[in-house]
Structure formats: structure tokens, C-alpha cells
Design a protein. Structure first.
Length: 127
């Protein structure tokens, strides 16, 4: 193996490791929805990912996720919450509310339309 081949191989392995870390292993920010007027609300910033990427809410109470998309990347132009039948477009540089009521505790995924950017909704039993 020549020096050039070795450099290309090492660079390729480093790039693959970086992609795996970014999409699957990076720490996810977590937030808890605040109750206002009987509705659990939280703002989720969308820019290369979701922040917070993990949202905690209570079952049986209305939820409003305010997605603020601070980019024009086509990957994040929609958000999908399949378990709740939600598929919503997110216009760039605008806040888009997504409202629903989770009926039961559990962990639910949400993602961009391409399935590359992921978030998690953790629904806890009402206290």
C-alpha cells in the first residue's frame, strides 16, 4: 500500500466515523414542555437537527410543539410524527405549531421527511 492509499484509507475511515457519530451517537439536548393554558408547549429549533431533540410531555394532555426552522436545507422542510398521523411542512425562518394529544405513555420518534434528522418524544404518565 502506498502512502497516498494509506492517507485516503485513514481519511475515509475518519469520515465514516464522523458521520456515524453525528447521526447516531451525538448527545441529544432534552427539554420538558411547559404548561400554558392547559396545553404543554415547547419550542424546537430546527437547524441541522432538532434542539431540543428529546422532548418530555405527559400523556392525555394537549401538546403544542412550535418548530422554528432556522435554515433552508431541504432535508428539514417537513416533520413527521408517524404514530400520531402528523406530516407537516416547516417553512424556512418561520414557526410552525404542531398540535396533538398523546393518549398513552411511551417513546415516539419524530423525523424529517427524509428520515435523516431525528427527535424523540417521551410521553410520561400523568402525575
Amino acid at each position: 500500500m502506498t502512502a497516498a492509499q494509506l492517507v485516503v484509507t485513514v481519511a475515509g475511515i475518519a469520515l465514516i466515523a464522523g458521520v456515524v457519530w453525528y447521526f447516531f451517537l451525538a448527545a441529544r439536548s432534552e427539554g420538558r414542555a411547559e404548561v400554558a393554558g392547559g396545553t404543554q408547549q415547547i419550542r424546537i429549533n430546527v437547524k441541522g437537527g432538532y434542539s431540543p431533540a428529546v422532548v418530555r410531555v405527559q400523556a392525555g394532555r394537549p401538546v403544542r410543539l412550535d418548530f422554528f426552522r432556522d435554515e433552508t436545507n431541504p432535508c428539514t422542510e417537513e416533520v413527521v410524527l408517524p404514530e400520531f398521523g402528523i406530516h407537516t411542512w416547516l417553512p424556512a425562518h418561520q414557526t410552525t405549531p404542531v398540535e396533538f394529544t398523546p393518549p398513552a405513555p411511551g417513546t415516539y420518534e419524530f423525523a424529517c421527511g427524509m428520515g435523516m434528522v431525528h427527535g424523540q418524544l417521551i410521553v410520561e404518565a400523568a402525575s
